[in-house]
Write a protein that binds this ligand. Structure first.
Ligand SMILES: C[C@@](CO)(OP(=O)(O)O)[C@H](O)COP(=O)(O)OP(=O)(O)OC[C@H]1O[C@@H](n2ccc(N)nc2=O)[C@H](O)[C@@H]1O
Ligand SMILES: Nc1ncnc2c1ncn2[C@@H]1O[C@H](COP(=O)(O)OP(=O)(O)O)[C@@H](O)[C@H]1O
Length: 301
């Protein structure tokens, strides 16, 4: 154990403003055109010197977060330590605010946060390229949690091209009871598209233009999630949440990634606040959170 000071890293959630899904690949993954936007809901990962690897977590629903070595933050610490030939001795505390298993990449955020925090604590001096390679090994969404902002993810989502965004978009996120398993949602996508020829996934030019100009009224009709029918099939009650948000004045509504969190684009911050109130009153969700994006990725605080 050393007397190095603790390092805290703040990492944002994401919403997929477009999630175009291709057919299943031989390795079981799906090729994507995944347009990520980082939004201002955050987990914080604090790395403190310790005699062994230990994970703790506080926040809503942390009873559903594994505290053993299957936690993505623990796996991140182990991968970084192994590459540098050191023991992964660290206490990682996760202050969770991103919904668990909610389609907002909370576990990926914790993995990226743990990587940056351990690199700083241990002085391993990993390059950006090395960090991105470890992120891709940990999960398809983890590289984006590291970089934040907005990006197009190709391949299984890990091959990122940063995107220009010309303004701030205001969102409401309706948190559902319980989570949805990402593999189960992709499997339901496969079931629903069986016998159908699934086109190669492509980013929508209209959507990329709307991001560039920062215009929410242009972004709204371009929002698209190919996993939404699968998420709704597994969780039909989400349809009522989507309707409650658009009735309350959201420009558009969609399932966030694999769900079950639903995302509502508002024209401004005031509208987002009133849509959040209406969603809560509707009784169709457990919590409603407002957040804006884009925001930066994993950042030492
Ligand atoms: C759907 C998305 C949209 O951004 O995120 P969530 O909404 O779950 O946060 C991602 O594709 C989830 O990424 P992530 O959660 O990192 O997935 P991984 O750990 O890499 O893979 C978990 C499982 O999801 C499926 N999977 C994931 C990515 C991909 N391109 N094709 C897939 O089929 C596979 O069944 C895989 O075994
Ligand atoms: N640090 C972590 N935080 C949350 N979940 C984690 C973490 N590490 C592993 N998991 C597991 O990953 C699953 C997916 O969690 P999460 O990343 O929050 O959702 P999603 O993939 O929908 O964005 C959880 O159900 C949990 O079993």
């Amino acid at each position: 154990m050393t007397d190095r000071p603790a390092v805290t890293v703040r990492v944002p959630a994401k919403v997929n403003v477009q999630l175009a899904v291709g057919g299943a690949r031989p390795d079981g993954f799906h090729d994507l055109a995944n347009v990520f936007l980082a939004v201002g809901l955050y987990d914080e990962v604090t790395a403190t010197p310790a005699d062994a690897l230990r994970i703790t977590a506080t926040g809503p629903d942390t009873d559903r977060v594994p505290l053993d070595r299957t936690n993505l933050a623990a796996r991140a610490a182990e991968l970084l330590a192994a590459r540098h030939g050191i023991a992964p001795d660290v206490h990682l505390h996760i202050a969770k605010d991103i919904p668990v298993a909610g389609g907002m990449a909370g576990g990926s955020a914790d993995a990226a946060g743990a990587l940056v925090a351990c690199d700083a604590l241990w002085g391993t001096g990993a390059t950006r390229e090395e960090l991105l390679a470890i992120c891709a090994e940990l999960g398809s969404d983890v590289p984006f949690s590291l970089v934040g902002g907005a990006a197009l993810g190709r391949g299984r989502g890990e091959l990122l091209t940063p995107l220009e965004v010309g303004g701030t978009f205001h969102w409401v996120f309706a948190v559902a009871d319980g989570g949805l398993s990402t593999p189960a949602v992709y499997a339901e996508f496969d079931r629903l598209t069986e016998g159908v020829s699934v086109p190669a996934p492509e980013a929508s030019p209209a959507l990329l233009d709307a991001l560039r100009t920062g215009d929410p009224t242009a972004l709204a009709p371009a929002l698209a999630n190919d996993l939404q029918p699968a998420a709704l099939s597994l969780r039909p009650s989400l349809a009522a949440t989507l309707t409650a948000g658009t009735t309350a004045g959201a420009l558009a509504a969609l399932v966030s990634g694999s769900g079950p969190t639903t995302a509502f684009l508002a024209k401004d911050a005031d509208t987002a606040a009133s849509v959040a109130d209406a969603l809560l009153t509707s009784g169709t969700c457990r919590a409603a959170r407002v957040a804006a994006g884009p925001v930066p990725g994993a950042t030492v605080v």
